[in-house]
Design a protein around this ligand. Structure first.
Ligand code: UDP
Length: 477
């Protein structure tokens, strides 16, 4: 049975960035891309992670690799397979790397055996595919154990870690110890911010690359107000009368038109959709305790609802769909139980929605419409690697209220391009920040405009690709 699954990658033309960048920046970018197509000729750049959809890494690989292919470089994406115990373990490692106990289990010898067994099978297949001189980019803890195998196959090996904490505790160090002997063998290690670099790694082999978003994807492309409404009404999130079937469209990555046809997976007791014209506060994320969806609800019902007429939409993927996230269902159930205990008037104003995942671009179009329609976007994470949802909302010129944690701090300049919460557990402060932005539309608009600029200059795919080219070139020497 094949262990590795190929994820199809499109080819995207890089010329589209000419409309977003200053001419000089675009010219510089084009020169780097031309050099890259020569440099990587005849080599494959393999990217390996653990899921083709759901979560930030899959989101980023999809478009970034398509641009790399657009530059004439043979970039490919493969996904490892594993059983439930493997993904329960890697989720635990993920949680520990964030300093959180996760399911409370250990990272000892028995767990190491589970980890190595699963990756040995995947690695055997990887070694058959990789040629000497190829580049293998392994993403996150799920694939770190493949570093020695890819090295033995003669590849240049990069391990990229998308998670981390600013102040590591013993639990974090325990997770480093679990992975260190594999990770230390990589030729290059990439972290999203300097604070995330592990102790004991050779600094000369470590680089920092913050993630980026694709301004043209179904998630982030411009859509007009009628399509925003049409998509949200069709999805069952917004109530707004008849929907013209033409007015819920988006452009797929391959250039063909797409249309939102599916709706949210409703609970039996789902409240009515958000009424037309209502202000919306939203958080979009996986159903993960570290994203604190229950706290987002409690802060809203205690501190935002009494002072406004806004509605809260807490949105995440259909839990059946995200294979590497075993906690999703229980987190969603906890949120639903909390919702059930609300008084009737608040139940009408808090909407837990599971977005359809059958078609990733349709899902993305719904997220796009929801973020664009929102008056305030929240990301009240307890810990965060980077927080792509923050960049996505900022690109849409939304005022964002988000925790001062991980890469969120690199994106938002407090008070200018968003609002940072010093303590995500302080629900009163979170509520006050949201209320003030709901009430002061001018300030919200100015913050949104600054946010968009911030993403344009620092967090688009062009910056990211340029950094890849700069780092991978010397690796080949
Ligand atoms: N996302 C999505 N559909 C959903 C929920 C989340 O497309 O139903 C996306 C979200 O828009 C973002 C990514 O998943 O692009 C989450 O990335 P982030 O860095 O915020 O968090 P992670 O999941 O990697 O911890």
């Amino acid at each position: 049975m094949a262990r590795l699954t190929d994820v199809p990658v499109n080819v995207l033309n890089l010329e589209r960035f000419a409309e977003l960048l200053q001419p000089e920046a675009y010219a510089r970018f084009s020169r780097a891309v031309d050099a890259a197509s020569t440099l990587f000729e005849g080599r494959v750049i393999w990217n390996v992670n653990s899921t083709p959809k759901g979560g930030g890494v899959a989101e980023m690989l999809r478009s970034l690799l398509a641009y790399v292919r657009g530059a004439g470089v043979d970039a490919r994406w493969i996904v490892v397979s594993g059983d439930d115990p493997f993904f329960a373990l890697t989720k635990r490692i993920h949680n520990h790397l964030h300093g959180s106990p996760g399911d409370g289990g250990d990272l000892g010898a028995a767990e190491r055996a589970v980890y190595e067994d699963t990756l040995a099978g995947n690695g055997e297949e990887l070694a058959q595919r990789v040629e000497r001189g190829d580049i293998v980019v392994l993403h996150d803890p799920q694939t770190a154990g493949l570093v020695p195998i890819a090295k033995d196959a003669g590849a240049h090996v990069v391990w990229r870690c998308h998670v981390g904490v600013d102040a590591p505790n013993d639990r974090v160090r325990g997770a480093w110890d679990f992975l260190q002997k594999d990770v230390a063998q990589a030729d290059l290690l990439i972290f999203s911010r300097a604070q995330f670099i592990w102790d004991g790694l050779e600094r000369a082999r470590v680089a920092i690359i913050p993630p980026s978003i694709d301004a043209f994807s179904a998630k982030n492309q411009d859509i007009d107000a009628r399509n925003i409404t049409g998509i949200l009404v069709r999805a069952g999130i917004l109530a707004d009368g008849d929907v013209d079937p033409e007015k819920r469209v988006f452009l797929r990555e391959d250039g063909t038109p797409g249309r939102v046809d599916r709706s949210i997976e409703a609970f039996d007791d789902q409240p009515d959709p958000v009424p037309p014209g209502a202000k919306i506060v939203t958080q979009v994320s996986r159903w993960d305790r570290l994203k604190d969806p229950a706290g987002v609800m409690k802060g809203f019902t205690d501190h935002v609802a009494p002072a406004t007429t806004a509605h809260l939409v807490v949105a995440g993927p259909s839990v059946a769909a995200v294979a590497d996230d075993p906690e999703g269902l229980s987190v969603l159930q906890e949120c639903h139980a909390a919702w059930k205990s609300l008084p009737a008037d608040l139940k009408e104003r808090v909407h837990l929605v599971c977005l359809p995942m059958e078609d990733g671009e349709e899902n993305a179009a719904i997220v796009n419409a929801l973020q664009r329609r929102a008056d305030v976007v929240v990301q009240k994470s307890i810990a965060e690697g980077f927080g792509l949802t923050v960049a996505e909302a900022m690109w849409k010129a939304r005022p964002v209220v988000a925790s001062r944690t991980g890469g969120i701090q690199d994106q938002i300049e407090h008070g200018v391009s968003g609002h940072l919460l010093d303590d995500p557990a302080n629900l009163k402060a979170y509520g006050a920040a949201v209320v003030s932005l709901l009430q002061d539309e001018d300030r919200a608009a100015a913050m949104g405009a600054a946010a968009k600029d911030r993403i344009r200059t620092g967090f688009l795919a062009t910056r990211h690709l340029g950094q890849y080219i700069d780092l991978f070139g010397p690796l080949l020497d």
